[in-house]
Design a binder for this molecule. Sequence first.
Ligand code: UDP
Ligand code: MG
Length: 316
Amino acid sequence: MKSITILVPVYNEESVLPQLFDRLDDVAKNTPNYKFEFLFINDGSVDESLYIIADQAQKDTRISYINLSRNFGKEIAMLAGIDHAEGDAAVIIDADLQDPPELIKEMIAYWEDGYDDVYARRSSRQGETWLKKKTSQWYYRILQKSTSIPIQVDTGDFRLLDQRCVEALRQFRESQRNTKAIFSWIGYRKKEIFYDRDPRLAGQTKWNYRKLINLAIDGVTSFTTAPLRMATIFGFIISFVAFCWIIYLLVRPLFGVSTGAGYSSLMAVILFLGGVQLLSLGIIGEYVGRIFIETKNQPLYLIEEYHAGNRKKTRR
Ligand code: UDP
Ligand code: MG
């Protein structure tokens, strides 16, 4: 019997966990030919999430959980799950039931057809603001244009991954992760299925615009050096135009045209160039910062407690 690991990153989800257990249990019942195991990664929740999971794990040996030593963010929490996924396939799913667990059955069917990475693409997003939808759409498009690997648009982390994708993902040990880009990078046979993204069942989204902007900058700088190239090209064009302008100014008096006082135009040029320089420095800084952080080679996460459930082997 093939086994499937369901990975759930959890951060302050006490209000939805009981329903999540029920829905996951239903999925396991409706898909009887597979052995399911549920791996919860508690990402430093400050509410009762851990105790609720631990409680459930007492009753249900299919449940195992990892308690991280603090909040590391969803990307790292997912990696911790990937590191400990033992099934023939792994499914990553949000705890808040925005990803309908019922889709897992369909994913498994495609997996049996030979696909390695079956991901759910949102055909609608309910309960999210217009601005959030639009910014997310633009972000994907920009990322797509600036990288050479194909990025899946409107796709979250909800997906089924074959064992070999899981193995591949484990090899990415960078600390500022953009999991979506990594999913694309690894390749293998991909299949997209469509679904309607439900509104969050309860609780609050953990994302705010500050976090999303950080994720976006990390996402771009971790996968493409296109912004550096842009800064170079932009700098080149501006200096070239300025050079021609200077020649023109030098030549003009020879033809008897006097050069007037040019305070405002001078200021404009100085401020503009200053801005471009700061921007370029900032872009370079982003990359240098990444190099700094990656060279420190810190562990990506620390585990406070690992409850293995009915698993035999343990991986760390
Ligand atoms: N999550 C996490 N660590 C965090 C933030 C979120 O493990 O620091 C989990 C969260 O519990 C949920 C999933 O990641 O299972 C998605 O989070 P959320 O619903 O807040 O994001 P959104 O759906 O709004 O993008
Ligand atoms: Mg959510």
